[in-house]
Design a protein around this ligand. Structure first.
Ligand code: ADP
Length: 766
């Protein structure tokens, strides 16, 4: 029986192995013949034929039958059963003669299990071969595999593993354990190959990754489309965005930019940091109102009716608006002069903006500029900036959804400069009709046409508005309301609105005129009506509780129960003092929240001619104080010695704005004159005006507010610069009626009115 020594090969029962005919011939010394019976034995070492000894072999071999001799140049042997090698005899031609006995197998393999696992292994091998150049050959080969031994033997030339491990398969008596071991070996080999392949191809893959990703995305898109077609209701965000962009009336530049960004968006994965940014941008672009609105003809009477219905008084403002509408009608324009409403808080500046929008039949949007320090707040951030956002102007446009809203830019006086650029100059660009048709917000990166927007700005004070910005605007002053006007506003507007807001009907709440007057006089101190509005709201809430508790209808608010219903302390009275004292004179000041009265106090103390100025206006007042001292010395020469021997202390209380300093000139001079002459000036006499070294009384600003403050404080007589007489037109008739207003040209004229004449001074510090 031909004996074939093998080394490091898998040869187990129930498998087919292949030999080259030359090897068969050389080892067995015979010609391979079909059906010939053979024995395979395993050498311990890889040795040459002439080195073989009887000890060269492991003790277990396997018998086989030659089934083919021509198969593609191979001899195929079907292995049958294991044998114990009893004796090895080496022939002179170095072929082997064996004495063997059959070795029993433990048949513990469940055939069903065997079948299932074999199929799985074959599939795994075939799957692994997928895409490899040798796959077709393997498939031919694999078609012949009927046992696990076939697979293991088939793969054996490629599988790593030691001779002992392979022999151990043959030496194993249990069929099940052998099966397990071979299965494990094969799977391990496949894994190893995969990892090996991965390492080898990692670099290639890096390159391929990009293409692969693109391909996957294409596939995804295709699949998504299919899905979307099945479920049109949940089409993806991106598609919706694309749709939205396609429908948006973008201009050419904007379309180009959007297309660019869209293609970048598609390249980005959904989880990338950039994705959200690009998405938000496109969404913003698509929702901007690119479409131009037609200019409408406005009915002036109707517009007037709306303005009157919303706001009491404010004739000057309303007249100006009507003029603007008329011009817009004639010129078929949607915008015109930029109006700047200046006045104390609560005087209706913002709310009339809303009513202008209503009268024009246009949308209203309010953009607050208070505290804006960064240019990017107006002009937007560049998109490269993390957290980039559009500026407030375009944000407002997007929110209101039309290209021609009435845009109220609130608090332009609160813009400030910072190291981040000058927001005022950016605003200048927004407001400039020459430039704003092409306003470019950095975030958008393409121009947006703002020329149809009707801009209205509001401010409390003109002082802090940069001049170039101020030059662009037409200033309209809101001077504040008189007590009578406040009564009307509360009765006609604030109270009905407040009642409506809490659901109180007519006939359920009654506010007596006395009570209303008391609210205005004792619970609010303001030029506008914000505090008054709050009080009306509080009254209505108290009334709501009363009514819900089943209280009597209507709830009558009187001067008596007012305090309880408002649940507030009345404000301390700010009435002018009763007692007059030499050296103390009532002045009038302008502040951003309206006018106010203040007392200028002067005092001479023993000293050496120094002047001390205290109070908030300290520095500004110093110059005025020098002028006043010189004037008084000039007018009252006898006092010069007094000033030399004394220190002069001037105190100006808080309240006024620094810019208002000079307008206290007449008050300061009067107070000094009163001091040196020891003639008191009654506190119910107030005054305002600048004074020159020549003693001329010069014009001041904010006259209406100052006179109103005087009236509120119970002043009876006011001296004003003759140069300001024209401004009295803006002063409410009611104020003019209650005050005795005396225009003066010279300080001496004023002093004469006060009864301060040149007399012998009373020496305080002699
Ligand atoms: P501002 O912008 O000047 O600070 P607002 O416009 O916010 O003031 O006005 C405050 C409140 O007072 C608003 O509710 C407004 O409707 C009301 N108001 C102000 N002036 C008038 C007025 N003349 N007639 C009716 N309501 C007014």
């Amino acid at each position: 029986m031909p004996v074939l020594p093998i080394h490091n090969a898998i040869a187990v029962p129930e498998s087919t192995v292949y030999f080259r005919p030359e090897y068969y011939r050389a080892m067995s010394g015979r010609e391979p013949m079909k059906d010939a019976k053979v024995v395979l034995i395993v050498t311990r070492e890889a040795i040459a034929k002439n080195e073989i000894t009887p000890e060269s072999f492991y003790p277990v071999g396997v018998t086989g039958v030659v089934t083919e001799t021509s198969l593609q140049g191979f001899v195929s042997i079907e292995l049958k059963s294991r044998v114990n090698i009893e004796e090895v005899e080496i022939q002179p031609d170095r072929t082997l003669n064996l004495k063997v006995s059959r070795r029993a197998e433990i048949d513990d393999l469940d055939p069903e299990d065997e079948e299932r696992r074999l199929t799985a292994v074959k599939e795994a091998v075939l799957a692994f071969s997928e895409g490899k150049p040798w796959a077709p050959a393997l498939r031919v080969f694999a078609a012949l595999w009927t046992t696990m031994g076939d697979v293991a033997a088939g793969l054996s030339p490629w599988m790593p593993g030691k001779n002992e491990e392979r022999y151990a398969l043959l030496a194993e008596d249990s069929r099940a354990r052998r099966f397990d071991a071979m299965e494990k070996m094969i799977y391990e080999y496949l894994e190893l190959m995969k990892v090996g392949n991965e390492v080898r191809t990692a670099q290639e893959e890096d390159h391929q990754k990009i293409y692969r990703e693109a391909a996957i995305k294409k596939q995804l898109e295709y699949l998504q489309n299919e899905l979307d077609e099945l479920h049109p209701e949940n089409s993806s965000d991106l598609q919706k965005l694309e749709q939205k962009l396609a429908e948006a009336p973008l201009n050419e530049l904007a379309r180009k930019e959007c297309d660019k960004v869209l293609s970048r968006l598609k390249q980005e994965g959904k989880n990338s940091a950039e994705y959200g940014l690009l998405y938000d941008y496109l969404d913003f672009m698509a929702s901007l109102p690119w479409h131009k609105e037609e200019a409408k003809e406005i009915d002036l009477d109707e517009a007037e009716r709306i303005l009157d219905a919303d706001h009491f008084g404010l004739e000057k403002v309303k007249r100006r608006i009507i003029q603007q509408i008329a011009v817009m009608n004639l010129k078929k324009l949607q915008s015109g002069s930029i109006l700047l409403f200046v006045g104390a808080p609560g005087t209706g500046k913002t709310s009339i903006g809303q009513s202008i929008a209503r009268s024009l039949g246009r949308k209203y949007v309010r953009v607050s500029l208070g505290g804006v320090r960064d240019e990017a707040d107006i002009r937007g951030h560049r998109r490269t900036y993390i957290g980039a956002m559009p500026g407030r102007i375009l944000d407002g446009i997007q929110k209101c959804g039309v290209s021609n809203p009435v845009m109220v830019l609130d608090e332009v006086d609160k813009l400030s400069m910072s190291y981040n650029g000058d927001p005022a100059s950016a605003l200048l660009e927004v407001l400039d009709p020459e430039q704003n048709a092409n306003f470019t917000d950095h975030y958008l990166n393409v121009p947006f046409d703002l020329s149809d927007v009707l801009f209205i700005c509001t401010a409390n004070s003109l002082d802090t508005i940069p001049q170039p910005l101020l030059d662009r605007m037409e200033v309209i002053s809101f001077r504040g309301y008189t007590p009578t006007e406040k009564q009307e506003i509360a009765r006609l507007h604030l109270l009905p609105k407040a009642m409506d807001a809490v659901g109180i009907g007519e006939g359920e709440l009654e506010l007596s005129p006395d009570a209303l007057q008391a609210v205005i006089d004792d619970y609010t101190r303001e030029a506008g009506v914000r505090g008054l509005k709050k009080c009306m709201d509080v009254l209505c809430r108290s009334a709501a509780v009363h009514l819900v508790r089943g209280g009597e209808k209507p709830l009558r608010v009187t001067a008596e129960n007012l305090r309880e219903l408002l649940d507030m302390q009345p404000l301390p009275h700010r009435h002018v003092k009763d007692a007059a004292k030499p050296g103390v004179v009532t002045g009038l000041a302008w502040t951003p929240v309206g006018g106010d009265v203040l007392y200028i106090e002067t005092m001479l103390t023993r000293g050496s001619g120094r002047t001390v100025v205290t109070g908030r206006l300290g520095d500004v007042m110093k110059e005025s104080a020098q002028i006043a001292v010189s004037l008084v010395k000039h007018l009252f020469p006898e006092s010069a010695e007094l000033f030399e021997k004394s220190d002069l202390h001037i105190h100006v209380p808080d309240g006024a704005t620094p810019k208002d300093g000079p307008s206290a000139g007449v008050t300061l001079t009067s107070s000094l004159a009163s001091l040196v002459t020891d003639i008191p000036v009654p506190p119910a006499i107030a005054m305002t005006g600048e004074v020159s070294l020549q003693g001329e009384v010069k014009a001041i600003g904010g006259l209406p507010e100052k006179l109103m403050a005087a009236q509120r404080a119970g002043v009876k007589k006011v001296f004003i610069p003759a140069e300001n007489v024209d401004d009295l037109r803006d002063v409410a008739a009611e104020v003019k009626e209650t005050l005795e207003i005396i225009p003066v040209r010279e300080i001496e004229e004023l002093l004469a009115h006060l009864g301060i004449h040149r007399t012998e001074p009373t020496l305080i510090a002699s």
